[in-house]
Design a protein around this ligand. Structure first.
Ligand SMILES: Cc1cc2nc3c(=O)[nH]c(=O)nc-3n(C[C@H](O)[C@H](O)[C@H](O)COP(=O)(O)OP(=O)(O)OC[C@H]3O[C@@H](n4cnc5c(N)ncnc54)[C@H](O)[C@@H]3O)c2cc1C
Length: 375
């Protein structure tokens, strides 16, 4: 049974690894990605703030050699969910089970003025380019602004504000600077009032301006102002944006999407097409767009494929659980353990920032690097 996985991000890598672990050389998995390297989302912030180098955080797919898994570096040009066929620049792949794990693309050009007058830190290229920009920043008004929902890793803009404060402090630029955060959400981490309160306290302590329930509609690069959804304007010297997100064009063109993303059964990750699944940011599951959830969804699909191949009962439904690490600045990391699907509404347990959680976050990344890339 051939499993074709389109997209080798958090979801695709975990799924391919689990199938390889389960079936070894007997697995017949084709893993396709246009990129040569994988970069963890949180590494983008590390590179941008000069905490590590771009080379250090790039994981080459060529190193991810696993029994039963063939990696194909190619652009996916078309997906046919009826025929379960993936067309790439380097050939066509027919699947018995097709898993769409192509993530969400960011579209800076969709926000007028963002490309000309600001910077985005959500793509690898955008975040890495910001390293030089920040190194040359002489202080002033920094606006971190989200342009729309949904967006990946809801804590990331808050983390960016706190790390920006650290960055300015380390360069003696705090007196001449002001950091503002524009967020469409009403609180930083909606499922966890405790985590939200801790982040808001950290903002208050540092004098970070918080604009909840707002988004950035456009930038005026000439006047250097960010125009908010309600028409208010925020002047900036440096604008760091979270661009609009959307499913990759090839997914939209395949007919798999509704309201922008791929609807799935949130317990099985199955699409409405037989033997076609969607995991991670590309899907509408009822969980946030974050790596831990993409990974959890991939685990459920792997268990289902294994059960089918072995003739076993199907596994329990995808639980929608995940732990997100939150950079609080000053060398501390907090954690929120969120449960999106098991109760009537999402809940989140907050674990206060500590040095121990810095080590735990490091282990989170290092353990994935080891499992997926043998590093
Ligand atoms: C600044 C920042 C910080 C973050 N921090 C965290 C964090 O701390 N914890 C966490 O859990 N999540 C975090 N995230 C979110 C996380 O990175 C994503 O949610 C996660 O990567 C989604 O996994 P995925 O498998 O759905 O998609 P992705 O990991 O985005 O993978 C999709 C893959 O599909 C490939 N692809 C797309 N289109 C094509 C095509 N046409 N042809 C071939 N290949 C294609 C891409 O190259 C990519 O490799 C962060 C994100 C950002 C931006």
């Amino acid at each position: 049974m051939r499993v074709v996985i389109a997209g080798a991000g958090f979801g695709g890598l975990e799924l391919a690894t689990l199938l390889s672990e389960e079936f070894g050389d007997d697995a017949d998995v084709v893993l396709i990605d246009k990129a040569a390297e994988f970069v963890f989302g949180f590494s983008k912030l590390d590179v941008m703030f000069g905490r590590t180098s771009a080379e250090h955080v790039a994981h080459r797919y060529a190193d991810a050699v696993r029994p039963g898994v063939r990696f194909v570096q190619s652009n996916v040009r078309a997906l046919d969910p009826v025929a379960r066929r993936v067309t790439t620049d380097d050939g066509t792949f027919d699947a018995d089970i097709l898993v769409v794990a192509l993530g969400a693309d960011v579209d800076p050009a969709a926000t007028p003025g963002l490309v000309e007058g600001g910077h985005e830190f959500y793509s690898v290229a955008g975040a890495f380019a910001l390293r030089e920009v920040l190194a040359g920043f002489a202080g002033g008004r920094v606006v971190i602004g989200v342009t729309s929902t949904p967006f990946k890793c809801p804590p990331a803009p808050s983390e960016t504000a706190l790390l920006m404060h650290d960055f300015l402090g380390a360069r003696g630029l705090l007196d001449s600077s002001r950091v503002s955060l524009v967020m469409p959400l009403g609180t930083p981490i909606p499922p966890s009032p405790d985590a939200s309160a801790a982040i808001l306290d950290a903002f208050t302590e540092r004098g970070i301006d918080w604009h909840p329930g707002q988004s950035v509609r456009s930038l005026d690069p000439v006047r250097k102002v960010a125009v908010l959804r309600d028409g208010d304007e925020l002047p900036y010297d440096l604008f760091l944006g979270v661009p609009k997100h959307r499913a990759p064009d090839v997914v939209v063109a395949s007919g798999l999407t509704e309201n922008g993303y791929v609807p799935v059964d949130s317990r099985t990750l199955a699409t409405r097409f037989p033997n076609v699944y969607a995991v991670g940011d590309v899907a509408t599951v009822g969980v946030p767009k974050a790596g831990v959830f993409a990974e959890g969804a991939a685990r459920r699909v792997a268990a289902s494929v294994a059960a089918t191949l072995r003739g076993d009962e199907q596994p329990d439904g995808y639980p929608g659980l995940g732990s997100c690490y939150i950079e609080f600045g000053a060398g501390r990391v907090g954690r929120v353990d969120v449960d999106f699907l098991s109760g009537p509404k999402p809940t989140g347990e907050f674990v206060a920032p500590s040095a121990a959680l810095v080590a735990e976050k490091h282990h989170f990344g290092a353990s994935r690097s080891a499992r997926w890339f043998g590093r």
